[in-house]
Design a protein around this ligand. Structure first.
Ligand SMILES: NC(=O)c1ccc[n+]([C@@H]2O[C@H](COP(=O)([O-])OP(=O)(O)OC[C@H]3O[C@@H](n4cnc5c(N)ncnc54)[C@H](OP(=O)(O)O)[C@@H]3O)[C@@H](O)[C@H]2O)c1
Length: 433
C-alpha cells in the first residue's frame, strides 16, 4: 500500500503537545502500517518559541503566529492542546471553517462551547474529536459515539476526577482530608490550587460532555449541579464502612421520563458495586442502557502521555474515516428538558446529630414518613452530649428528602444541620440472566 504523507499541526506544545509529537514520531511506522498514513508534526503554536521543551520539536516547527497553521493548505489535521477558552475557541472555529479536522483535549472548551463548535464542524463537513477531554486514556467518547450508537444509554455513572478519588482512597485508609490533599499535591495528583478538582467543577465539565454525547441533547457546564468533597469528614467514611459502602465523588447523568439530570456529588457506593473498587487516581465510567445492560471502562484519567495517547488515537481515527460523512454530524440531535431539581430519585444516606433520649428516633421517622421517605437501614452512634443517626433511605425524590431534612433540622432535639449523600447501590439493569 502506498503511504500517504499527512502534515499535522498542534496548537500548544506543553505537557500534552510535546507528548503527542513524541508518540507520533516514535510510533510513525506502526501508524503507517495500520492506516497507510504517516502523520508528521510540521507546526506547533506556542506563546514562547524559545522556551526549553521536554521533547524537542523538529527545527522550524514552533511558531507564535496562528496564521502559520490556519493558512497552510498542506496541514490536513490539527490537535488543540493549549487549554483555556480563548484563544482556543476562536482558533478551533477558524480551523473548522477552513475545512481542517480538529482534535481537542480541552474539556472546558467542549463543556462550555459545543453549541458553536459542533454545528461549525457539521457545516464544514469535518470532524471535531474530543476523546482526551474526558478521562484521558479511557476511550469512553468513542464507545458512546461509535460502539453504542443504537444502545439507548440512559445512565452514565462516573468517577471522573482522579485527585478527589485519590484523596477519598487515602481517607478510607485513615488519613484526614488535609493530610490526603497534601500527599496528593506532593505526588503531583493535585494542583497547588486544588479548587477545580475538590469542588467538583472539573468532574462537572466532564459529566456535561458525557451527558451530551450519551443522550444527544446539549448539557453544558451550567446545567450540571456539583458539590465537592470539602465537607467529607472521617465520620462519613467510618459510617459508610459500617453500612458496607464507600464514599466516592460520583458523576451521574440520567435520562428519566424524557428529561435529563446531570450532577456531581459525594455519594455512598455499595461495596458490591464496581465503582466502589476504583481506587487511587484512577477514573471509571459506567454506561447503562437497555440493550447493553452495563459496560464499565476504567483506567488512568489524566497525565501527559495518557492524554496524548487519546489525542493520537483521535488523529489516527480521523485519517481512517474522513470524507465518509461518519462523525462529521453534530453530536447533538435533539433537545431534552432538564429534570426539575428535586425529582431525581435515589436512595439517600442521612447523617443527623440528635439528643440521646427516648422518642427522638420516632420524631425523626415521623418527619421522614410525612414526606414519603421510608427508612431501609439505621445505625446509631453515641457522641459526647448526644448521638449521631446514620440512616439509609429507600429510593425517594431528592426534593422530598431535602424537605424532610428541613423539618428534622427544626426539631428541638436535632443538633446542627443534617446532611445527605446519594447512595449508589443498584447496577441499573434488570437482574442479569
Ligand atoms: N496535562 C494533563 O494531564 C491533561 C489531562 C487531560 C487534559 N488535558 C488538557 O490538555 C490541554 C493541554 O494541557 P497541558 O497540560 O499540555 O498544558 P500546558 O503544559 O500548560 O501547555 C499549554 C501549551 O499551549 C501553549 N499556549 C497556551 N496559551 C497559548 C496562547 N494564548 N497562544 C499560543 N500558545 C499558547 C503554551 O505555550 P508555551 O509553551 O509557549 O507556554 C503551551 O505550549 C488542556 O486543555 C488540558 O486541560 C491535560
Amino acid at each position: 500500500m502506498a503511504s500517504v504523507d499527512v502534515p499535522v499541526a498542534l496548537l500548544g506544545y506543553g505537557t500534552v503537545g510535546a507528548a503527542v509529537d513524541r508518540l507520533l514520531s516514535e510510533n510513525a511506522d506502526d501508524i503507517e502500517r495500520a492506516t497507510g498514513h504517516r502523520l508528521r508534526v510540521v507546526r506547533a503554536l506556542v506563546r514562547d518559541a524559545r522556551k526549553e521543551r521536554g521533547f524537542a520539536p523538529a527545527p522550524g516547527v514552533l511558531t507564535t503566529d496562528f496564521a502559520d497553521v490556519r493558512d497552510d493548505p498542506s496541514i490536513a489535521l490539527v490537535a488543540e492542546v493549549m487549554g483555556g477558552i480563548e484563544p482556543a475557541r476562536g482558533h478551533v472555529l477558524d480551523l473548522l471553517r477552513a475545512g481542517k479536522p480538529v482534535v481537542t483535549a480541552n474539556k472546558q472548551l467542549i463543556a462550555q462551547r459545543s453549541d458553536e463548535l459542533f454545528p461549525a464542524a457539521s457545516a464544514a463537513g469535518v470532524q471535531l474529536r474530543f476523546e482526551a477531554s474526558v478521562c484521558a486514556a479511557i476511550p469512553v467518547i468513542k464507545v458512546l459515539r461509535e460502539a453504542l450508537v443504537v444502545s439507548s444509554v440512559h445512565r452514565v455513572l462516573g468517577i471522573v476526577n482522579g485527585t478527589t478519588n485519590y484523596i477519598l482512597t487515602r481517607m478510607e485508609a485513615g488519613d484526614t482530608y488535609e493530610g490526603a490533599l497534601s500527599e496528593a499535591q506532593r505526588l503531583g495528583f493535585a494542583e497547588a490550587d486544588p479548587t477545580e478538582d475538590v469542588s467538583g467543577a472539573d468532574a462537572a465539565a466532564k459529566m456535561a460532555i458525557l451527558a451530551t454525547i450519551a443522550f444527544g441533547s446539549r448539557v453544558t457546564l451550567a446545567d450540571v449541579d456539583f458539590e465537592g468533597i470539602e465537607r467529607i469528614v472521617p465520620g462519613h467514611i467510618v459510617a459508610a464502612r459500617e453500612l458496607g459502602m464507600a464514599v466516592k465523588l460520583v458523576g451521574q447523568a440520567t435520562l428519566a421520563g424524557g428529561a435529563v439530570d446531570a450532577r456531581v456529588a459525594p455519594a455512598l457506593v455499595d461495596r458490591h458495586h464496581p465503582l466502589a473498587g476504583v481506587e487511587g487516581a484512577f477514573n471509571a465510567v459506567m454506561l447503562q442502557g437497555d440493550s447493553i445492560r452495563e459496560i464499565m471502562l476504567e483506567g488512568p484519567g489524566a497525565g501527559g502521555i495518557e492524554t496524548a495517547s487519546a489525542v493520537v488515537a483521535d488523529m489516527v481515527s480521523i485519517v481512517g474515516t474522513q470524507g465518509t460523512g461518519f462523525l462529521q454530524n453534530d453530536a447533538v440531535w435533539r433537545t431534552l428538558r432538564k429534570l426539575p431539581p428535586g425529582e431525581l430519585e435515589s436512595p439517600y444516606y442521612l447523617r443527623i446529630e440528635v439528643d440521646d433520649r427516648a422518642g427522638v428516633l420516632a420524631h425523626v421517622a415521623e418527619r421522614l414518613a410525612a414526606h414519603g421517605v421510608s427508612v431501609a437501614r439505621l445505625i446509631q452512634h453515641g457522641l459526647a452530649g448526644g448521638a449521631s443517626l446514620h440512616v439509609v433511605t429507600h429510593e425517594a425524590p431528592a426534593g422530598a428528602v431535602e424537605a424532610a431534612l428541613g423539618d428534622i433540622a427544626l426539631l428541638p432535639e436535632t443538633h446542627g444541620t443534617p446532611t445527605r449523600l446519594a447512595v449508589i447501590s443498584d447496577r441499573g439493569v434488570a437482574a442479569a440472566g
